[in-house]
Design a protein around this ligand. Structure first.
Ligand code: KIV
Ligand code: ZN
Length: 555
């Protein structure tokens, strides 16, 4: 019998909420950000951070603009205690940053916590106890009143200890741990009992932090619960409602977003989502989500590579290449149709209009990424990607028909080597196939004369060492040149398409000409570069003729 049995599990209970408001709300400003990297994140590491790593991560958090930072559990861990002392004694806490520490509702631990914070200008003391049904019944063996009593006693202890250190501006925070698995009315009851002790005011608010300690429902259920809490809780105007979501179901960010829509003011999380099990809510992702919607996230994430480097160095964890917003591959398109759309949109995007580029929700340059990585070519890519790469890296704007032909050549090469084809190789293939098919025939000189709208040409052609002078006329240099060729060598040639452009801005910039011919019923394309556009065009015709010859010889 299979052990995979869904009947073992029950859905997380939810309340029917008929008048929920949050679905009609939008997030219009950044929440108060609180980092728990140095506490929740650190506790979840196989090897907790050493002092150097903690200091680096602290500096990074301050640098990107996080204003409330939970730095540890000083009463339970000597390294955490020492770190808090270092921050205070070395004056490492900027004026506008507040340290936060966690403590259980136990007198000895609370006393030591306040000792650790002695001399701090401002500090958040965060006390918690678990309130969920399963924790009450199976872990603590206490009923609702017993669990509420723990919270109330803890709140009282915080107040008494704080009074002993009046030089510090104290902020109290309470978390009904496992809030999302606590009966909704009971969570409110416990928090009301805590604030009844603290008596916060709008001028001196406290923080009530609502954890999804283990994420166990869809984010809308969490949002309902947050909205219910915000509506039912006493002293709402004197409470900063904070969220602390974990990512067990992979929706910690979504839960935090809906929770903000439901009325929360603050979010706790970690950079890139490090934390217990599947992690804490990822602050970078939530902040970038806001940014991409035109909301100032109030965090400077413009150097994600630095964040990744410090994160990896401090946590020992890798960052997935497809991590939202900052992963190495998230601005790269391999699919041909995506590449084509990106290329077209980038051409049309102007600096003074809102960003509108298909498949790129933000401008990668905002995160210090250039356009190099956007389009990478493999066997899934089409003409768009190939064209983009040649234009970006070599200034070549290929006509559409040539993009199609080159894309097939590149695809064959990619299939043969089963992998990505770099920009240099694409360029080599382009030159090999269109500009340099062995070149048995070359143009060594020409004279062009125009009279009464007709061009006459006299050109010197060297063919494997033999030099011929060919003469012809027509409308425009190409027609005249083709006429001269046909008159001398007898091929029947039709010019199907011809395009040229200069490469670069300078007046002596090189010109490139692309030509597609029908030579005795066979299509052949050629490309040539020259200082002079006339010579580039004739040499492009010769490149196509050479190619046709080589193809015929190989057939
Ligand atoms: O996940 C959690 O519930 C916590 C609390 C201590 C806030 O980390
Ligand atoms: Zn947590």
């Amino acid at each position: 019998m299979s052990t995979f049995n869904h009947r073992k599990y029950r859905p997380t209970p939810a309340l029917p909420m008929r008048s929920r408001q949050w679905p009609d709300h939008a997030i219009e400003h950044a929440p108060i950000w609180a980092s728990v990297d140095l506490r929740d994140g650190n506790q979840a590491l196989l090897e907790p951070m050493n002092v150097t790593q903690k200091r680096r991560l602290w500096d990074l958090l301050v640098k990107i603009g996080v204003k409330e930072i939970e730095v540890g559990f000083p009463s339970a861990s000597q390294p955490d205690y020492d770190f808090v002392r270092w921050l205070i004694e070395e004056d490492r806490i900027p004026e506008d940053v507040t340290v936060q520490v966690l403590v259980q509702a136990r007198e000895s631990l609370i006393k030591r916590t306040f000792e650790a914070l002695r001399g701090a200008r401002r500090a958040i003391v965060h006390v918690y106890n678990s309130t969920s049904t399963v924790q009450r019944e199976r872990v603590f063996g206490r009923d609702r009143a017993g669990i509420k009593a723990i919270a109330v006693e803890g709140a009282g202890m915080l107040q008494r200890e704080a009074a002993r250190f009046p030089e510090t501006e104290w902020v109290f925070q309470y978390s009904p741990e496992s809030f999302s698995n606590t009966e909704w009315d009971y969570a409110v009851e416990v928090c009301d009992a805590v604030t009844a002790v603290w008596q916060p005011t709008p001028d001196k608010p406290c923080i009530i932090n609502l954890p999804a300690t283990v994420e166990s429902s869809t984010p809308n259920v969490f949002a309902d619960q947050v909205e219910y809490f915000c509506r039912q809780v006493a002293r709402r105007d004197a409470i900063i409602v904070s969220l602390h979501t974990h990512n067990d179901r992979g929706t910690a960010v979504a839960a935090a977003e809906l929770g903000l829509m439901a009325g929360a003011d603050r979010v706790e999380g970690t950079l890139l989502g490090n934390g217990e099990r599947t992690g804490n809510m990822d602050i970078v992702t939530l902040a970038m989500n806001l940014y991409s919607q035109g909301v100032d996230p109030q965090l400077d994430l413009s150097n994600p590579d630095e964040i990744i480097q410090i994160y990896t160095q401090c946590t020992g964890l890798p960052v997935h290449p497809r991590h939202p917003w900052i992963g190495e591959l998230v601005y790269t398109a391999f699919s041909g149709s995506h590449q084509d759309a990106i290329r077209k949109c980038l051409h049309r995007q102007t600096a003074d209009e809102p960003w509108q580029v298909a498949y790129l929700p933000i401008d990668p340059r905002d995160l210090g990424r250039d356009y190099q990585a956007i389009i990478r070519v493999n066997s899934q890519s089409g003409k768009g990607g190939v064209a983009f790469v040649l234009e970006r890296d070599y200034g070549l704007t290929l006509p559409r028909w040539m993009q199609v032909e080159l894309a097939q050549i590149v695809q064959r090469e990619s299939e043969t080597h089963s992998g990505e084809i770099g920009s240099r190789r694409i360029h080599e293939l382009f030159i090999e196939h269109f500009a340099n098919a062995g070149d048995p025939v070359a143009l060594t000189g020409y004279r062009l004369h125009r009279e009464h709208g007709v061009d006459s040409i006299e050109a010197q052609i060297s063919d494997n060492g033999r030099v011929d002078t060919i003469r012809g006329s027509g409308e425009g240099a190409i027609e005249a040149f083709v006429d001269a060729w046909t008159a001398t060598y007898g091929n029947h040639i039709n010019v199907i398409d011809y395009t040229e452009h200069s490469m670069g801005e300078a007046t002596d910039a090189e010109a490139v000409a692309y030509v597609q011919l029908n030579i005795d019923g066979q299509r052949s394309a050629g490309v040539a570069f020259d200082r002079d556009t006339v010579s580039a065009s004739m040499r492009a015709v010769l490149a196509a003729l050479n190619r046709a010859r080589v193809t015929r010889a190989a057939a």
